[in-house]
Design a protein around this ligand. Structure first.
Ligand SMILES: Cc1cc2nc3c(=O)[nH]c(=O)nc-3n(C[C@H](O)[C@H](O)[C@H](O)COP(=O)(O)OP(=O)(O)OC[C@H]3O[C@@H](n4cnc5c(N)ncnc54)[C@H](O)[C@@H]3O)c2cc1C
Length: 479
């Protein structure tokens, strides 16, 4: 019996997709990496995943886990001879525990579905970004996704207290703890989070929830400099007791690109400011949602007062506060269209970098000066989760031959300013060279040793995250 027949026996013939039935999995979201798997598998239970992995291990078949397929680093790229293991049918919310403020979910639950389900309990899973209608909890855990609310709630890792995963040999690792404290040995949950499918298939998680906000205030702010932007962020944090949930940076050329791209959305300010910040604060206190005698909400009034002070101090030129949900959603549309606007052009150097908050401005200044030396014809389009120092610094070099030199230049500047070449999208295949060049060699060697221990046959998502560094492995073997 060949492997496809064995797989059909495990999950049923309808769920072993081959040929044209795999069309929906043909490329990644950007359309950069083409997949040519032997089959796409759609198991419906942890037991089926376990039996698939045991078979793959016995036959030495590479397995590429895929969830929402929205990853931006090519992490779910499936080469010939591999099978893609899709989580689409492992999509149940197993339990919501309102009193413990936890959601226990299958890995294939779509982020937006979780938002809706927990909202019915007056709760919230506080992770949002442009792909939320498609990306799934397992993919978010595998990439340790970030998004717009990281400055308040942390990334996916900070919101996960339990995990369930199937190891390459088919054993089920059940760490579905509902405990906030559990110091019993090595932290395997956090090892799997961010491992991008190279160590195990994540099948379930226990996630932290927070109370749903009673009131939100959202504004677009017109500013001149990033120094002013940081002052405004700190002013807002101090005056609201840390209620800032999003602080997103959109420079003038990004806003122009967005307004050209999105029909029906016009510039907000009379003259396009140097930069627009999307700022959002929220409160769970019911008193902040009770309209005053003039009909205005206390949270809006608080926001207005703080912004007025910042205008008075010359830190903000102008501000527009959303008056209703439609206006709020239009503000967010401008930010969440970033991926489709920035990543649809070629040649592209798609950087997802992280910097200390006070080094974002020096980074942009230095890049402007140095990029023009390297490639006078290069253009850039950047947008940032400024509140956590994460910049999507997209460069369009004048020729594809300059993609690598541009990437190296960015890496150099980032390293000199104490940053990281990878903030939230992961390494996948697109950042392998950066990983080889910039990651501490001992850290790389330890990662290889972990990979070897958990996946000695190398069947879990081969060719992702870990560059070839045999020499380093040898050195680490002598540690
Ligand atoms: C419009 C848009 C906006 C985005 N904005 C953000 C953003 O603000 N912040 C951010 O962090 N990311 C963002 N992303 C990137 C992407 O959405 C995230 O990386 C997301 O976490 C990927 O989830 P997914 O379910 O689509 O995973 P996939 O793309 O399916 O997989 C991603 C990686 O995880 C691995 N994987 C998938 N499922 C499993 C599993 N069950 N077990 C083990 N490994 C698995 C895959 O092999 C791959 O390496 C954006 C993407 C788009 C298209």
């Amino acid at each position: 019996m060949d492997i496809l027949d064995s797989l059909r026996n495990i999950i049923g013939p309808d769920h072993v997709l081959t040929g044209s039935d795999t069309a929906g999995f043909a490329t990644d979201w950007i359309g950069k990496y083409e997949n040519t798997p032997l089959a796409v598998l759609r198991p419906a239970s942890v037991d089926e995943v376990s039996r698939i992995m045991a078979l793959a291990n016995d036959t030495g078949t590479p397995v590429v886990p895929v969830s929402g397929h929205t990853g931006l680093a090519g992490g779910a790229h499936a080469p010939e001879g591999s099978v893609m293991l899709s989580l689409t049918r492992l999509n149940k919310i197993r339990q919501i525990k309102p009193d413990a403020r936890l959601a226990i979910v299958d890995g294939g639950v779509v982020l937006e579905s979780l938002h809706h389900a927990v909202a019915e309990h007056g709760l919230r899973f506080p992770m949002t970004f442009g792909a939320q209608g498609s990306c799934m909890i397992a993919g978010m855990l595998a990439t340790n996704a970030g998004g717009s609310n990281v400055l308040k709630f942390g990334n996916t890792r900070a919101l996960c207290i339990g995990i369930e995963a199937v190891l390459p040999d088919g054993r089920v690792l059940d760490l579905m703890s509902e405990l906030h404290k559990d110091n019993s040995g090595y932290d395997l949950r956090n090892l799997l989070i961010g491992s991008e499918g190279t160590l195990a298939v994540i099948t379930g998680a226990v996630l932290k929830l927070v109370p749903a906000p009673a009131a939100r205030a959202t504004a677009l702010l017109a500013l001149d400099t990033l120094t002013d932007a940081l002052s405004v962020l700190n002013r807002l944090q101090k005056a609201t007791g840390g209620a800032v949930e999003a602080f997103e940076y959109m420079p003038a050329h990004y806003m122009s690109a967005i307004h050209t791209h999105l029909e029906g959305l016009n510039p907000v300010f009379g003259t396009e400011p140097n930069m627009t910040i999307l700022a959002e604060i929220a409160s769970t206190a019911p008193k902040d949602a009770l309209p005053g005698p003039d009909g205005s909400l206390p949270l809006d009034a608080t926001f207005e007062n703080i912004l007025a002070e910042a205008i008075e101090a010359g830190q903000i030129q102008d501000a527009v506060i959303a008056q209703n949900d439609t206006q709020r959603s239009q503000m967010w549309t401008r930010r969440e269209a970033a991926a489709e606007v920035c990543l649809s052009r070629n040649p592209l150097v798609n950087n997802d970098i992280s910097l200390p908050l006070d080094q974002v401005e020096p980074f942009l200044t230095r890049m402007k000066a140095e990029l023009i030396q390297l490639d006078p014809g290069a253009e850039t389009l950047e947008v940032a989760h400024l509140g956590d120092g994460n910049i999507h610094y997209n460069v369009y070099p004048s020729t594809p031959a300059l993609c690598d030199p541009v990437m190296e230049l960015v890496e150099d500047v980032v390293r000199n300013l104490g940053g990281s070449f990878s903030a939230e999208h992961g390494i996948g295949v697109s950042k392998l060279q950066s990983m080889q060049r910039r990651k501490d060699p001992v850290a790389l060697a330890v990662m290889h040793q972990i990979k070897q221990a958990l996946d000695p046959k190398g069947i879990m998502n081969p060719g992702k995250v870990l560059p070839n560094c045999g020499e380093v492995i040898f050195r680490a073997g002598q540690l």
